[in-house]
Design a protein around this ligand. Structure first.
Ligand code: HAM
Length: 419
């Protein structure tokens, strides 16, 4: 047997109902917020991610699925969606024609991380990106969209951690200060952090090793080093969120694993997932469009880890399975032919009717209907066929009634209409 690749997985039919519920809720809500769907390739030029995400990030350094194709192009399976959204934004001439874009996209991402609970090598994200708006109300809008979505879909214990990472005016001085602080504690850091202390000292704040966490306990905080413009922006974001009654946790230690962030950054965490506790992350990336070859354009967005979100919702024991509306049970070849026609007819009318074309006995049909959890079963046996009737049985109340065939389709419509 050929098995699937480690870190990849199948989503089976019995689980797909919940995935579809999440995606439907996202589409509806995102569109209410004025976002439009964009669909992007999963394969891009490696350079897009190396430049966009940052060459010395974990993603680019060690997690990308990169290969040279038969034509000699260096390509990568996308590890995230933001760089691709920005590439498309520039490539289709949006900056000149329609610079303000509110876009969302759903789909698989690929990172060769060590697989564990909540961490896969192919995982799905739901992304929203707002381009062309620098106003702090855009940050608040995007964050509120994220939190509204999570609560609408059924997440109850999510906490939004929010920080500002400053801008090219104020971050270098802060980085310098942090670097000096870290240099004094060099002996206490892990190998990775020692290497990155000079180039990317902020990453040290995010290191999961206990020693590194201890070493930076008293490190200077970025929010004490913001320039007046960044300070004002951050205060306006927090005030707009507060006005709408949304609670967030200010977390000056929050840094993100991608280099494009400026100013507002955030991560939504939950206690329900163990170590991989982030179900969503995002922030502002005002330099990214320019970095990827477009004009200076602000941007902000987030990505929700759909696999982690599904794990939380699946544990809530709610039934999202897509049950048929009716089951059509039959006995004898003649009845089977009629049932076959009705099944197609009902499907065309938007009613999910299930039958079993291999059904051997009425008992077997009833067993299958029970297994599928179908409430209404239509029985067409030899007796019913002779009388030109069907029997409709309510599996919940065990009540059943006979109906002339001519009335039965209308009857099913009325039944299912009140589903
Ligand atoms: P990220 O924090 O790298 O941000 O990923 C966002 C979310 O994707 C994470 O919070 C997590 O839920 C999920 N995720 C990441 N890696 C894995 C994995 N290996 N297995 C399962 N889930 C995973 C970004 O990707 C940014 N592009 C977000 C963004 C959009 N920022 C601005 N716009």
């Amino acid at each position: 047997m050929i098995r699937m690749v480690k870190g990849f997985r199948d989503i089976l039919p019995e689980d797909v109902g919940l995935w579809q519920h999440v995606e439907k809720t996202a589409r509806e809500l995102f569109e209410n917020f004025g976002f439009s769907e964009i669909r992007l390739p999963v394969l891009e030029r490696t350079e897009l991610f190396a430049r966009g995400i940052g060459a010395d990030t974990d993603i680019v350094e060690k997690e990308m699925y990169t290969f040279t194709d038969r034509g000699g192009d260096l390509l990568t399976l996308r590890p995230e969606a933001t760089a691709g959204v920005v590439r498309a934004y520039i490539e289709h001439g949006f900056p000149a024609n329609r610079p303000v874009q509110k876009l969302y996209t759903l789909g698989p991402m690929f990172r060769r991380e060590r697989p564990q609970r909540g961490r896969f090598r192919q995982f799905s994200q739901i992304n929203a990106e707002m381009l062309g708006v620098a106003d702090p109300l855009a940050d608040a809008n995007v964050l509120l969209l994220l939190l509204t979505f999570l609560s609408r879909v059924g997440v109850t214990d999510a906490t939004a951690h929010v920080n500002s990472l400053g801008c090219p005016d104020c971050r270098p001085a802060y980085k310098e200060k942090l670097s000096a602080f870290i240099r004094d504690r060099a002996g206490e850091l892990c190998e990775n952090c020692t290497r990155r202390a000079g180039t990317n000292p902020l990453r040290v704040l995010d290191c999961k090793s206990d020693n590194c966490a201890r070493a930076v306990t008293d490190a200077p905080s970025i929010t004490d080093h913001l320039c007046p413009a960044c300070r004002e922006h951050f205060d306006a974001v927090l005030s707009a969120i507060g006005t709408l009654g949304q609670k967030v946790v200010l977390d000056p230690r929050l840094v993100r694993g991608l280099d494009y962030y400026t100013r507002t950054t955030f991560e939504v965490r939950t206690n329900a997932l163990g170590a991989q506790n982030a179900i969503a992350g995002g922030g502002r990336y005002d330099g990214l469009v320019e970095l990827l070859g477009g004009p200076t354009t602000p941007g902000i967005g987030f990505a929700i880890g759909q696999d982690r979100l599904i794990e939380i919702l699946a544990a809530q024991d709610k039934d999202y399975s897509l049950k048929p509306d009716v089951y059509l049970a039959w006995l004898g070849e003649k009845a089977k032919e009629k049932i076959f026609g009705w099944q197609v007819r009902l499907a065309m009318d938007g009613i999910r009717a299930e039958t079993d074309l291999e059904g051997r006995s009425l008992k077997a049909h009833m067993k299958r209907a029970g297994k599928l959890g179908v409430r209404h079963v239509v029985v067409l046996g030899e007796e019913e066929l002779a009388r030109d009737e069907v029997l409709v049985r309510d599996m919940e109340s065990s009540r059943q009634e006979s109906l002339p065939v001519s009335e039965f389709l209308g009857y099913i419509h009325r039944l299912v209409g009140t589903r």
